[in-house]
Design a protein around this ligand. Structure first.
Ligand code: PDD
Length: 282
């Protein structure tokens, strides 16, 4: 059984208890980060902390958290659970208060974290590529904040699985926004297209890393939204996230992407990304 972190303590997962009055439970009033662990160390930790702080600021969470302490308990969880490869899920809730729509004053944040073991480098989905469906994006208009309000992405992914696909790309006015829990990309020729970041999608930590990797490899990157049809007829397509790194998309709706195998550029980006990620270990 795992040992998890809750409000300063390390406890067995069965003993980690949170109040039913917690704002995360009542209002999804909480933010989170998922940080990759490779070789027992954290990938891109500083950028996850930067985004966490931003999410908290946007929701007026107080006080801010101590980054050194977060690093400490992340490392401790890795040690206690012998985690070589996988992720750490960190959640920060506004805390416990009587149910009221207005933000309560002076609550203590509820901070929890746990590990999940996963094969990320030698990953079957990445070797084969995944299939996606497109589905209307019915989320709210602050997807730049990494909140735990994930019911729609959860519905979208479940619908994808129901249709025999692996994941869903969410669209607005026929433009691809992002995946249910990843950023969406296509390649035409040697040009990579990724949607510009704004309030409608999450600015991925992996996405930022890929942009520098792509530049180093000499790709041209265009920050522009693309339509479902442009995606379906692309030379290559892929998703990025802390859990998928760079994973090829080989089918979009009923359209096979090229020969239905992970594209060469996508594979090159994946390899280069992993190499780069190993340089950020903390
Ligand atoms: N999801 N877009 C959405 C909607 C996401 O939920 C995620 C990450 C990303 C990619 O962000 P990053 O590269 O920082 O992981 C984009 C995480 C992995 C999750 O919810 O499990």
């Amino acid at each position: 059984m795992r040992t998890v972190y809750l409000n300063g303590e390390y406890v067995l997962e069965k003993d980690a208890k949170v109040s039913i009055f917690d704002r995360a439970f009542l209002f999804a009033d909480a933010v989170y980060e998922v940080t990759t662990v490779l070789k027992g160390k954290l990938v891109d930790f500083d950028n996850h902390m930067k985004r966490l702080k931003r999410s908290m600021k946007e929701l007026q969470f107080e006080p801010t958290l101590n980054e050194k302490n977060i690093l400490k308990f992340h490392r401790e969880l890795i040690k206690l659970n012998n985690l070589e490869e996988g992720v750490i899920y960190l959640q920060v809730s506004r805390g416990v208060a009587e149910r009221d729509f207005a933000f309560p004053k002076e609550t203590e944040l509820t901070v929890s974290a746990f590990t999940q073991k996963k094969d990320l480098v030698e990953n079957k989905s990445a070797q084969k590529g995944i299939s996606v469906i497109t589905i209307e994006d019915l989320r709210w208009k602050r997807c730049d904040i990494k909140t735990i309000q994930l019911l729609y992405p959860s519905m979208a992914k479940s619908e994808a699985l129901r249709q025999g696909a692996d994941d869903a790309w969410m669209t607005q006015n026929n433009y691809v926004m992002e995946g249910s829990s990843n950023n969406a990309w296509i390649i035409r020729g040697k040009t990579i297209y990724t949607r510009q970041t704004d309030n409608l999608i999450l600015s991925g930590v992996t996405r930022a890393a890929i942009l520098s990797v792509a530049e180093e490899l000499g790709y041209k990157v265009i920050f522009k939204q693309f339509t479902t049809q442009e995606a379906e007829s692309a030379d290559e397509a892929f998703v990025t996230s802390a859990t998928t790194f760079v994973t090829a998309v080989v089918k979009i709706n009923n359209h096979r992407i090229k020969d239905g195998k992970p594209g060469v550029f996508t594979q090159e980006l994946r390899k280069a990304y992993i190499k780069q990620a190993l340089k950020t270990l903390k």
